[in-house]
Design a binder for this molecule. Structure first.
Ligand SMILES: [Zn+2]
Length: 78
C-alpha cells in the first residue's frame, strides 16, 4: 500500500491496520529506526488499551491499567 505524507509529514494509518494491530485513539506509539525502514510499535510503558501510565498491572507481557482491567472484568463472555 502506498501512502502520501501531507505537507507537515503526517500520514494516516489505515483503519484496517489500526484494527489489526489493536491501535486505539490516543495510544502512544514508538518509532523504531531501521537501516531501510521505520517500524511503528505500541509504546509498551503504558496501558495496552488507554495509554495510561498509572496503576499498571503486567499480564502475559502486556501492561493494563486498573480501570481497563475493571472494564474487562465487567464484560460478558459470548
Ligand atoms: Zn487502561
Amino acid at each position: 500500500m502506498k501512502m502520501k505524507m501531507d505537507d507537515i509529514g503526517r500520514i494516516v494509518i489505515p483503519a484496517y491496520l489500526r484494527e489489526y494491530l489493536g491501535l486505539h485513539r490516543k495510544n502512544k506509539l514508538v518509532f523504531e529506526q531501521r537501516p531501510d525502514a521505520i517500524v511503528l510499535k505500541h509504546w509498551e510503558g503504558c496501558c495496552l488499551f488507554c495509554s495510561s501510565e498509572k496503576s499498571l498491572i503486567a499480564y502475559k507481557g502486556k501492561l493494563v491499567c486498573r480501570d481497563c482491567l475493571e472494564g474487562l472484568k465487567e464484560m460478558k463472555m459470548n
